[in-house]
Write a protein that binds this ligand. Structure first.
Ligand code: GSH
Length: 220
């Protein structure tokens, strides 16, 4: 029986980041739905797992972890022998390879995530949940994201993936927001030669395809 439980819905970008990592690592898990419409993520029991009242929450036997990127690192460190073993740059690269993964994972969290999350809200979730879109916020965040993607395009002209020759957590972390953004405005990614090549490759990974299947299945 799986000792790992992920709390949340695969439709949440942060939850799908963790699911992608679990599939890459071939670690069995159970998904425990959290009814956010009913405010279950703010209930006292849930707050014991995730004190900010957000999904995902994550449990592995007696260990609980929150923050999707920290959960991904935990999974890689806890299950080093399973599935993809180079997600944290372990491979043969040593300190420099691991630092490169950390550096680009930080770039995702600090530079890519703020404008891309704002755009995901504006372009996908606002219409889905009946909120009015804000054209000024869309324009501003598209411009901010364009600057980030210009840097990525240069980097990806020098190396196959963000941190080097291997697909790592640094690439994986981009999949959730990237998937939604490409479905709404393909041009942002695909108009950039190296970003487009990178996106085609990382979004075709079997682990990510399994997450997309979960997203497309009827949600219970
Ligand atoms: N930095 C957190 C972000 C988590 C997050 O923003 N979760 C959203 C769903 S994608 C959520 O629970 N929103 C509800 C809320 O903030 O009340 C992570 O990466 O785990």
């Amino acid at each position: 029986m799986a000792s790992v439980t992920v709390y949340g819905t695969p439709l949440s970008p942060a939850v799908s980041r963790v699911l992608a990592c679990l599939f890459e690592k071939d670690v069995d898990f159970k998904l425990a739905p959290v009814d956010m419409a009913k405010g279950q993520h703010k209930s006292p029991d849930f707050l014991k797992l995730q004190p900010f009242g957000q999904v995902p929450a994550f449990q592995d036997e007696l260990t609980t972890v929150f923050e999707s990127r920290a959960i991904c690192k935990y999974i890689c460190k806890k299950y080093p022998e399973k599935g993809n073993q180079t997600l944290m740059g372990e491979g043969d690269g040593g300190l420099l390879a691991r630092t490169s993964v950390d550096q680009w994972l930080e770039a995702e969290g600090q530079s890519f995530n703020p404008p891309s999350s704002a755009l995901v809200f504006q372009l996908a979730f606002a219409p889905m949940f009946g909120f009015k879109q804000d054209p000024a916020a869309i324009e501003q965040n598209e411009a901010k994201l364009a600057n980030v993607l210009d840097v990525y395009d240069q980097r990806l002209g020098e190396s196959k993936f963000l941190a080097g020759d291997d697909f790592t957590l640094a690439d994986l972390a981009h999949l959730p927001n990237g998937h939604i953004l490409v479905s709404k405005n393909e041009n942002l990614f695909m108009s950039r030669k190296n970003v487009g090549r990178w996106w085609e490759e990382i979004s075709a990974r079997p682990a990510w395809k399994k997450v997309v299947e979960m997203q497309n299945a009827p949600q219970g």
